[in-house]
Design a protein. Structure first.
Length: 102
C-alpha cells in the first residue's frame, strides 16, 4: 500500500507538470499565434536554478523550510526573467513583422 501511495503522488506530480507545460503551449499559441518550443527550456532553467540555489543554501546551513522557499523564489524569478527576455527579443519583433497571421 505504501508503494501504491508513492506511485500515486509521483504520477499526480508528473501529470501536473505535463498539464502546466500543455497549458503554456496553448496560452502562447492562442495569444500570439506562434508555437513557443522554449517552454521546456524555461522549465529546465527553473529546475536547475532551484537545484543550484538549494545546494548553495544547504552548504551555508540554512534550515530546510528556508531552502525550499528561497529556492522556489529564485527559480521563479530567474525563469520569469528569462521568459520575459525571450518575449522581448524573439517574439515582439516577430509580432510586428510583415506577413504575420492575424
Amino acid at each position: 500500500m505504501e508503494y501504491f501511495i508513492e506511485l500515486l503522488f509521483s504520477g499526480l506530480t508528473r501529470g501536473a507538470i505535463y498539464a502546466l507545460i500543455a497549458l503554456g503551449y496553448t496560452m502562447v499559441y492562442g495569444i500570439i499565434g506562434l508555437i513557443n518550443f522554449a517552454h521546456g527550456e524555461m522549465y529546465m532553467i527553473g529546475a536547475f536554478t532551484a537545484l543550484i540555489a538549494s545546494t548553495v543554501l544547504t552548504i551555508y546551513g540554512f534550515p530546510l523550510a528556508a531552502v525550499l522557499v528561497l529556492s522556489g523564489v529564485a527559480a521563479a524569478v530567474w525563469a520569469g526573467a528569462y521568459g520575459w527576455t525571450v518575449e522581448r527579443i524573439a517574439y515582439r519583433p516577430l509580432r510586428n513583422a510583415p506577413g504575420f497571421p492575424p
